[in-house]
Design a protein around this ligand. Sequence first.
Ligand code: BYC
Length: 475
Amino acid sequence: MTGINYAERIPNNVDLATDRTLQRALEHWQPKFLDWWRELGPNDFAGKDVYLRTAVGVDAQGWASYGYVKMPDYRWGIFLADQTPDRKIGFGDACGQPAWQQVPGEFRSQFRRLIVTQGDTEPASVEQQHLLGHTCPSLYDLRNLFQVNVEEGRHLWAMVYLLHAYFGRDGREEAEELLARHSGDADKPRILGTFNEPISDWLSFFCFTYFTDRDGKFQLKCLAESGFDPLARTCRFMLTEEAHHMFVGETGLGRVVKRTLEVMKELGTDSPELVRRAGAVDLPLLQCYLNFWFSSSLDLFGSEVSSNAATTFANGIKGRPDEGQYADHVCTDATMVIGLPDDAGSVKEESVSLRNAMNEVVREAYAKDCELGLRRWNMQIQRAGFDFRLALPALRFRRQIGAWAGVPTDPQGRPIAREAYEQGLRDWLPSEADRSFVHSLMQRVVEPGKMAAWIAPPDRGINNLAVDYGYVRLG
Ligand code: BYC
């Protein structure tokens, strides 16, 4: 089943042609998707050739081919990872029973809700990045933005396929709604908070692909464990594509740090003001951006104590990332100690059932993964001979969802007075002046191989090509 059929209107490896009703329904949705892409996808670049990768198989090796494509001609399709023969459900009350090939009726609405939430984030991110192409720091980066965008479009297809194939009329209606909600729309916003935040500069884009796409990685890993096999297989293949998005974020931020350190060395100072005057992103400013996007992305894991999370785990709907690494897959008796705010403005430790704490388990694993990049960047800073250290704020900082929502803490997670918090936010988050400074750096650079002054070139190009390759033909 690894081969993808590109002869059909909708490329797929699910034998779509054998189900005419489903095929027709998806072919009916396809032009609406294309209309949405033209309106809210990358603005103004529809006629340009972009050096993109396209999936040609679903096995981990050699799954992609590269070539110039005009984005509206990208072959969005339906690609599921190969079926694991005799796969068993790996967690929850049905642990050890055969995985489901259809949605069990009693879990239908829970599955629908998760698939819709997952699906909603994909077009949302494309909408958030609608205008970014105009201020690209290089052709290399422009191409990476577009690669991320077309693949988020494909991830939307992945969820729409599940809705159409397994949820009947409700599913078709939900698929329409995925194109009707829009990021930041006052009346019909996207479902999750972070996906309504504007991404109007490239520093935000790199933070988003570092932090928010990494939430994607963890949520997809949870769903890749699902007892509903088509969902698990879809997510497994999405994870293959997702890795590049996090690469864009990690290397993007690493290149910002590198350039800033070069400027600091040239100037012989770490003065933020002088670094800014020299046209680079000072490290305290980068720290503010990290604070903003990390704390926003933490909310995407839901509440620390969640009956939804307990139910989806118990029912075999959503597992933990890499569920196989745990010894206990049922977790009926296990507990977890969680720090919660108490009435006296302090922290109380509470032992809660592990099933109810599943969101926190995943959030903690995510935060650990986020640390890795910071360690690398701090090494760069240390090697350059500067004292500054970047740090992630605590999991409780600036939360809008869960037990810590609206509870004022400092970036170390210590509860503080509201006034001190409001005052502190001016230093901890990007201010209006910071954002306008970052916007002032966003000058478009499109000569092959050239980079904007605030970012270092990448170590290597795409698919073994040179950094100065013409990744997007703008002529
Ligand atoms: N903003 O018990 P609770 C990606 C809602 S990113 C607004 O606390 P639960 C990507 C929640 O929906 C991955 N609302 O949490 C990245 C619920 O509402 P309802 C996306 C929020 O349900 C970059 C209520 O609060 N995938 O792929 O255990 C680019 C109480 O819920 C938020 C998924 O998220 C929020 N931040 O878990 C492109 C996977 N957080 O239903 C793509 C699917 C919670 O009571 N989703 N709420 O009205 C899920 O697994 C779960 O829905 C959540 C929340 C993890 C989001």
